[in-house]
Write a protein that binds this ligand. Sequence first.
Ligand SMILES: Cc1ncc(COP(=O)(O)O)c(C=O)c1O
Length: 393
Amino acid sequence: MEANEIQALRAATSGTAERIHFNNAGSSLPPDVVLETVIGYLKEEALLGGYEIEAAYKSPLENVYASIGRLINASVEEVAIVENASMAWHLAFNAIDFQRDDEVITSEMEYVTNLIGFLNLQNHQGIAVKVIPNDARGNFSLSALEEAITPRTRLIAITQIPSTAGNVLPVAAIGAIARRHGILYLVDACQSAGQIPLDVKEMGCDMLSVTGRKYLRAPRGTGFLYVRKEVQDKLKLLFMDGHSTKAVTEEGFTLRDDARRFELYEKNRALVLGLGKAIDYALAIGVDRIWQRIQYLAGLMREKLAALPGITVHDSGDQQCGIVTFSVAGVESTDVKARLAAKKINVSVGKASSTLVYMNKHHLTSIVRASVHYYNTEEEIDELCANIMAILS
Ligand SMILES: Cc1ncc(COP(=O)(O)O)c(C=O)c1O
């Protein structure tokens, strides 16, 4: 992406003028057009009535499903819009009809929500959880996965980009193994949507969970779940309302034929439109171009941080992403964050609990997480480094 394009994209994002935002893995700055879409709808809703405005926006609201479909190469029948990635993940995971002693295989990079989901069913339903450790280079081990699979393996559940580490898991290669063994495959794409091109067919996944507010630059409180058409009828729903069904009698009900059976009727329509607008915005730029730019900026940041005395960059693995994690010798991560915030630089602190197995293995209690998006600049990276030098001196 050329400098003038970046400047235009920054000009269309008011937040970039206010601060240096390196907390994109927490929540990105939305484009102004996303904000205007949400506020515009809310105003019309207040003036015209919630149901009346929904009817007027029937087609733009429907188009959000098509936008999600284009983003991940799925059909509109395979998409459910929900409030966040944790909800999407739990709706999928807990819908699997696990039997006692069924096995779930995951990686050491799995997100805390998902780990809690595994432990919950381990306690209540007697499933077994196997965690594949990374190899010495910090890569997910495909051979260890192959070896861990048994006739009892029911699910492979993987987080594509961990919350507190900069690596990317080989989701398509894992999917190929899952397909070959006929095992269900659930991908947490919370940090990867909007950062990396996603194609559910290429990944070979059955279910995929996403949040809106991170690399997609959508409003908070948005997310979606993808469920492959062929597996929808094999899953048992956790929650239902009239919207989940196509017919109800006093004796029973028939579920809808698409993934919207996983949704409940009531949701914030303004935010849904904002999600659609943010996805269209990313698609117009091109997620492949976004991914190139993010890798370039994150590589630069890692290189510059690693050159500073007293800084340890923790990211490992052959494929790295926009999340840069590091420690500053002798300074707590929370202090680093606070001192940078005082200079109008946003970073976040990654706690051990977020990616528990990996953090424990590396004896990390917390890390500083500086996550870049395409709208960040080389000058902002220099500013971050200069301020970290000041903290060190
Ligand atoms: C890898 C990963 N998965 C899932 C989540 C949960 O997303 P949400 O807060 O939208 O439920 C996060 C949030 O930070 C995450 O980093």
